[in-house]
Design a protein around this ligand. Structure first.
Ligand code: ADP
Length: 561
């Protein structure tokens, strides 16, 4: 868009810039509370796509929208954030991480994607109760509990183990809505808002039995479902945030503390759930973000306010149910309003939006000869980053920084490789794959031989029976057995999957047995020359006596017989 800007637009931009207001474009959001927060900050709402410093929209950002951002502009989504926000994508990403780190990623109920994992789901059938969710719905729409999964195996659903033992307050099931700001994806910066919501179901909880599986107001805690119940109690007094079926997160924490539970430990566990979930997509998200980022002195152009839904079980273990990329900002009760308005104000303050980058941009635009902005040196970048951290610490208000924090070293193992390290691993891996291919690549003869009539053979004689005789003897020419690659020998690693893999996982993939050491010649040997047990099975050949003698490869020995 920068290149398309007319002189008139530029003049207007210049004129408004003198007012030095921070401008926000709210054309694509329906939530009034955002405008209220903006007004309280004395910022200004603008319909202009050029003048605004920030875009706030309710849906995902498209690649095109991201590309069109001017260097000083920001938007409230990351390209690719559906990888967390869509149930099937979240399932895929967390399952992948769980395979590599089974103990650390054990905070997501066992989940499968239908129809792709129908075989696994079929095997699970009969082991308990499952909650079945449409891939792309929200607010509890289309969700149901079932024991039988057969009827849904070929449909597009996400199937999850139902957590039967939730922690109950007043006999009611509830879940927590925790707000999380992803302020930067590379380097990763994650903040958790200290206030949030607890949504209660309206019917007393009874363990799932055949006759109560259909009771949505008992098993689902969605506000959209329970507010329709005659039993729903709205909270009308912000001073009493522990009343009704939608309460504040802190009131629940206080309740738990009063019951003698260790709140600090619970909060630590919740923080870990959040950071590890974001880490599961950090590679892909930062790749998408960086591939199109402006050279703009390190302005973080995307941020995202996620709603994490967390259920506590009876032992107070937090389980991640889902991540909302556009959490609802509707404000039906005064409590809702105060929490969400403060949340948005604190988010905007933490972004630390300044007019200076716009000024620099305008100066560059007005210069008689366009000057390409200088790239920052590494030293300058580090200086700027530590300056930014100090500013963030000052502007936290209701937020706490949860990444990086004192657990940074622990999280390191789940990080995708840094771009340089990733490239060298990819190259190393590709070299190994090439070597493997060279070893396995053997020319296949397809034409029937013209020379020497061969010895007549019986139709039922198989190739194995003829092993005692050389091929040359039989055919009159050199023939080589074709080798096919089995799935287990397909490329163990691709550059695309590499983007999102933690470094330790890549090592595991490359060297399944000895992943600690990347360079031992033993490992190299293992990859290049797989032991005989790992070679693909020999295809079975059958000799068919026809006018001109030929070989016919039979994929499945039984098939053609
Ligand atoms: P939606 O996006 O439609 O709200 P969720 O995955 O959040 O879908 O599920 C809706 C509700 O169902 C949750 O708020 C929670 O009360 C309940 N729920 C979801 N998954 C589980 C589960 N695995 N075990 C127990 N309850 C669950």
């Amino acid at each position: 868009m920068s290149d398309l800007m007319s002189l008139q637009q530029l003049a207007q931009l210049q004129k408004n810039f003198m007012k030095r207001k921070i401008l926000i474009n709210l054309e694509q959001t329906k939530y009034k509370v955002i405008e209220e927060a903006v007004q309280l900050l004395e910022w200004k709402v603008t319909p202009s796509e050029i003048e605004c410093h920030i875009f706030w929209k309710d849906t995902y950002v498209t690649d095109e929208e991201y590309r069109r951002l001017l260097p000083y502009q920001r938007i409230n989504h990351f390209p690719g954030s559906y990888m967390l926000g869509k149930k099937n994508e979240l399932c895929r990403n967390l399952n992948r991480m769980r395979k590599m780190f089974p103990e650390d990623y054990d905070f997501f109920p066992r989940t499968w994607q239908l129809p792709y994992q129908s075989e696994e789901v079929r095997q699970k059938q009969g082991t308990g109760i499952f909650i079945v969710k449409p891939e792309a719905n929200c607010q509890g729409r289309g969700i149901f509990l079932t024991k039988k999964l057969d009827p849904f195996l070929d449909k597009h659903y996400v199937v999850q183990e139902y957590l039967c033992n939730p922690y109950l307050i007043d006999g009611l099931k509830f879940d927590l809505r925790i707000y999380v700001l992803l302020k930067s994806i590379y380097p990763l910066k994650v903040f958790m808002y200290q206030e949030g919501l607890a949504r209660f179901s309206t019917k007393k909880y009874v363990k799932p039995q055949k006759k109560n599986l259909g009771s949505v107001t008992m098993h689902l805690t969605n506000y959209a479902i329970n507010k329709r119940s005659k039993d729903f109690v709205f909270n009308n007094d912000t001073n009493k945030d522990d009343v009704g079926h939608k309460r504040s997160f802190t009131s629940v924490l206080k309740y738990l503390q009063d019951q003698g539970h260790d709140i600090k430990q619970l909060l630590n566990q919740i923080k870990q759930v959040i950071v590890k979930t974001i880490q599961s997509v950090q590679g892909e998200l930062s790749h998408l973000y960086r591939s199109q980022q402006h050279n703009n002195d390190g302005i973080e152009q995307c941020f995202e306010l996620f709603g994490f839904d967390i259920l506590l079980d009876s032992s107070l273990k937090p389980w991640l149910l889902e991540v909302n990329h556009t959490p609802s900002f509707s404000t039906d009760t005064p409590l809702d309003k105060i929490i969400k308005r403060n949340l948005i104000m604190d988010t905007l303050i933490l972004l630390d939006v300044k007019n200076k980058p716009k000024k620099i941009y305008l100066e560059q635009k007005r210069a008689p000869v366009y000057q390409r902005p200088m790239k920052m040196s590494q030293e300058e970048k580090e200086k700027q980053s530590s300056k930014m951290s100090l500013i963030e610490d000052k502007h936290l208000n209701g937020y706490i920084k949860i990444y990086p924090d004192e657990n940074k070293d622990y999280y390191e193992q789940f990080m995708p490789p840094k771009p340089k390290e990733r490239d060298s691993l990819i190259n190393q891996q590709l070299d190994q794959v090439k070597n493997l291919e060279k070893t396995l690549k053997i020319q296949v003869e397809v034409k029937p031989p013209k020379l020497k009539p061969a010895k007549r053979l019986s139709t039922n004689q198989s190739f194995t029976e003829l092993e005692g005789q050389s091929l040359q003897q039989l055919t009159g020419r050199n023939t080589v057995i074709p080798q096919t690659r089995t799935t287990s020998q397909q490329r163990p690693f691709s550059s695309i999957t590499a983007i999102n893999r933690p470094i330790s996982a890549i090592r595991k993939t490359v060297f399944p047995n000895q992943h600690q050491n990347l360079n031992t010649s033993q490992n190299q040997k293992r990859l290049v020359y797989p032991p005989p047990s790992e070679l693909p099975p020999k295809p079975i050949y059958k000799m068919i006596p026809i006018k001109t003698f030929s070989f016919q490869k039979i994929e499945n020995n039984q098939k053609n017989e």
